[in-house]
Design a protein around this ligand. Structure first.
Ligand SMILES: NC(=O)c1ccc[n+]([C@@H]2O[C@H](COP(=O)([O-])OP(=O)(O)OC[C@H]3O[C@@H](n4cnc5c(N)ncnc54)[C@H](O)[C@@H]3O)[C@@H](O)[C@H]2O)c1
Length: 270
């Protein structure tokens, strides 16, 4: 089974791998035999994840940088390739949303959202792709959001940045396929993560149930599985794509099932 994924001994850098979706991705990749460079603003988080995944017998090394700073990205990618080794895969997890109605939004919020979702991702992928292109192979997975596909009030700057990520992924695929690099994108729906600790999981699921056909929020492992698919040999002929991992939210146009039908039977059974 492990051979199907083809990830054994592959070197993957996870940017934002210190918690949540990045941490879940690290666990899954480690269980498939990939070696990992975990980069996070919080070095202690990256080190904790490395210590855990090393128990699966893989090599894991922690790195730190603020990826919103171009010079730090350039330096840390060079350091990763020097100390950890030439990269086969890159996963860009970092991303965050500012909330503001457009008429109240400052250009600072706009710029922040574009920097920490789109600009850093361009810079990081560019730096990593140079080495991959020289070696003639590589796999890149980016994190967008369903807010980059449909609009959400209050998420104007974040949504525009994530839509930019989805477009950038297509351009990277167009430019880098001939050089052996595949680039794909995962667009999470509403996911329970450590950064957004709210109520108990059951209460969280109940809140979202009327809008999501699968009637639950997603987990970080749901996202890790999609990222792993794109990184693996299972996606050998797939590039430039965005996969929504959203429990069916977008399939309903973003509105979910009619309230009377929410709950799963869709009126087909008693
Ligand atoms: N949580 C959701 O419901 C949801 C929904 C849609 C999309 N997303 C997207 O999923 C991705 C992950 O979101 P999350 O909430 O799990 O993130 P998170 O904040 O839990 O994890 C990201 C990691 O990145 C690190 N990080 C943050 N800023 C950094 C920086 N400047 N430099 C280096 N590392 C930095 C953090 O320390 C953290 O460990 C993001 O791209 C987000 O936009 C999340």
């Amino acid at each position: 089974m492990r051979e199907l994924f083809g990830l054994e001994g592959k070197r993957v850098l996870i940017v934002g791998g210190g918690q949540g979706m990045g941490e879940a991705t690290a666990r899954l990749l480690a269980s498939l035999g990939a070696d990992l460079a975990i980069l996070d603003l919080e070095l202690d988080r990256a080190e904790r994840v490395c210590a855990e995944v090393r128990e699966k017998g893989i090599t894991a090394q922690a790195f730190t940088a603020d990826v919103t700073q171009e010079a730090q990205v350039v330096d840390v990618v060079a350091k990763v390739e020097r100390e950890f080794g030439a990269l086969d895969g890159l996963v860009c997890i970092v991303g965050m949303a500012g909330w503001a109605p457009l008429v109240e939004m400052t250009t600072e919020t706009w710029d922040n959202d574009h920097n920490r979702n789109l600009r850093y991702l361009f810079v990081t992928a560019r730096e990593v792709a140079r080495g991959m292109l020289a070696r003639g192979s590589g796999r890149i997975v980016c994190l967008a959001s369903i807010d980059g596909i449909r609009s959400a009030a209050g998420h104007g700057s974040y949504g525009a940045a994530k839509a930019g990520v989805i477009h950038l992924v297509k351009t990277m695929a167009a430019e880098w396929s001939a050089g052996g690099i595949r680039v794909n994108c995962v667009a999470p729906g509403s996911i329970i993560t450590p950064r957004i600790p709210k109520k108990a999981p059951e209460e969280e699921h109940a809140l979202i149930a009327p809008y999501v056909p699968m009637a639950r929020r997603g987990t970080v492992t749901d996202i890790a599985k999609a990222v792993t698919f794109f990184l693996s040999d299972m996606a050998d002929y797939v590039t430039g794509q965005t996969l929504a991992v959203d429990g069916g939210f977008l399939a309903t146009g973003g509105f979910g099932p009619p309230p009377k039908m929410a709950g799963g039977t869709m009126g087909l059974t008693k």
